[in-house]
Every structure is written in C-alpha cells, then in structure tokens.
Design a protein. Sequence first.
Lengths: 159, 195
Amino acid sequence: VAPVIRTYHPENRLAKALASPGGITVGLALNRAEKALDDMRPECLSALDTKIEQIDATASAASFSSTESAIEAVYALSSEILHEAGMFGLAELSEVARSLCNLTDSLRQTASLDVQAIGVHVATMKLLRRPDVESDPPTRAAVLDGLKQISVKAAGGKT
Amino acid sequence: MRRMAGALDASRKLNLERISVLALEQSVFSRTILSQMLRGFGVKNIHSPRSAADALITTESSVFDLIVVDPTFDAGGGLEFARLLRRASGNKNRFAPMILAIGHSTKNAVGISRDAGANLVLSKPFAPKTLLERILWAAADKRPYVEVGAYVGPDRRFKDEGLPGNPPGMRASDQLRTSVGTAGEPSQPPDQSAE
C-alpha cells in the first residue's frame, strides 16, 4: 500500500517581510554583524579559556558522577569551542576542538574515558591560546600538525 | 568590512526588522553570537527559550518567520523540537523556515537533521555572510511541504538549484540537499515519479 502523501503550500512570511519597504543594504547588514562580533571578541575568548579548563577538570576529576556524563560534558564543551573559536578566527583551536569532538564521539561507543587522549587535546588547546603561539601562524600550524601525528600514531597503536 | 559580501549584492536592500526569530542555541555565547549577528541584520524580535519544552510552548502562542536550531540544544532536544514542531497540526509555526546549525557535523548528523524536516543545514562555525545567505535561501525556498509517513518537511523531490546568486566558495558541507544522500524515509513511494 502506497503511503498517503499530504502536500501543503504555506505562505513564506520570511520572503514577504524581506521584500517589504525599508530595511538596510546587505553591505550594511554584514558590516553591523561583523562589528557586533568584534565587540564580543574579548569576552568570548575569555570564555573559551574557561571551557578549556572545564574540559581539563572534567577529564582529570577522579570522582565524576559517571563516565557517560563526563564524556557528554567533554563533547558539549568541545563542540562549543569548535564553533566559538572558529567564529573569532582561531581556526587551529577550532580544529583541535573538532578532533576532540571526534574522539569523544567515538568514546561514546566504548563508554570509556580516554583521559590521556583528552589531556593531549587540552594541552594543545592551551598551547594555542598562549599569546606567543597565537600570534605566530607557522607555530600554530606546527602545533596542529603535532596533534595530528599523535592521533595517527594512537590510532595505529590500537589496530 | 573584514569579509566581503561575495556573490551577495552588497547594495541589495533587505528588511528583517519585522520578522520574529526563534533561536535555540546551547551555550550562552553561541546564543549571543547568533543574536548579535541577527541584530546586525536588522532583526529586532529574537526569542531564545532555555529548553525544548519551553520552545514548543512558545510556538503555540507566538508566530515566527524563521527558526534556527542547534540539534544539540537542550541535550539533543533541539532535534526533537524540530520533529515535533513539523508534526504539530494546527501550530502556526509548523511550516516556518527552519535552519539547523550543527557544530560537530557528521554525515549521519546531517542526514538525521534533514529527516527532521529542516529546510537547511548550516555547519558551524559560520560567518555572518554565510548565515545571511542561508536566510535568503530559506526565503527563496518555494518547495511545498509534504507529510508522508514519519516525515514532515520540505518536499525533497524538488531539484536543488543552489543559493540565490549561486555564491562561489561555499562549502559543500553547507549544502544540505547535495551532501546528505538519500533520505531515511522516502517522501514518495518509489513507483511514483516526481512531478
């Protein structure tokens, strides 16, 4: 029996509003959004450091409530860093956070907290946030490359 | 301007002053980042409930022109919110344009988001230009909505013709309808051809 298909043609209110008189140009809209982000930058970068510390504390705490909750906490924090660091041009930090997301996502399957692997990511993130490293693109690239090499070795060691 | 508008016509006028946006983001800063971008675009009315349950209640009493959801909002409640809203007969926001903003996106996550009924999936991090492009795309989306089996959302039989202006340099991962493969559940029986 073929499934019943119901089709709807709702009004797109967004399209109607966009085309209404008034408003601003795309150029001005983008300028204003960029300016608003720039204004937030110091506060957001400070919050990133706090999140890195929270991951460190979560992974190294001897008495987290459960392995699953610790994994979820690390995943949530690294996902936030991925987005927020990327928003402010910290591409390498965002990449390390993505790597940590991948790691914790895989840890969900085994329900085991790989404290050592998380610790390597935390150390890398802290290093990237050091002013002398943050202001030096080749060093940042080398730090990220180092993490990738460690990840490859670790993956090779498990197979 | 730090980043150029690219294929977006910088002189084009748009009016987002009167729209209402429902923005569901997990962290305080992600929520603030999204709100600040939207305010930069001229949006004045932004609602950010703290839970998926509150968000659903809000949709029963307020009308939204755009919904932006992080699927991980409220411990995965964002995705469930999307599914429930699309299936909420009588809800005025049932067919509101919906963008799912995914942080750590896997192919599986994008497919699941698509099957929840989203119009678009947006990979984080994203620049203001990318968000604005997606909003314009959502506004230009003329696809009807279909309800078939467990799926309620934009009709996926329609060909993807790209973003308005077809901007260069867009990441393939941002293009929902070109990156997710087949749906988890078909929006039409296999023996029916697309109209």
